[in-house]
Design a protein around this ligand. Sequence first.
Ligand code: SF4
Length: 52
Amino acid sequence: MNSEKMPKLGFGLISRSGKASDCIACGQCEAACPQHLPVIELMKEAAEILGR
Ligand code: SF4
């Protein structure tokens, strides 16, 4: 993921919900996503970049 876009995306995710590191990799969102986004991997990357 382009780290230059992370602050904007990260802020939206953080302000509406918990931390990226709170993801328990249950896969429910990936199963429901019509764009087939790799949410679990994106949450791992976001947690590394944002440090939480
Ligand atoms: S896999 Fe998706 S639905 Fe499950 S905890 Fe992580 S972000 Fe939430």
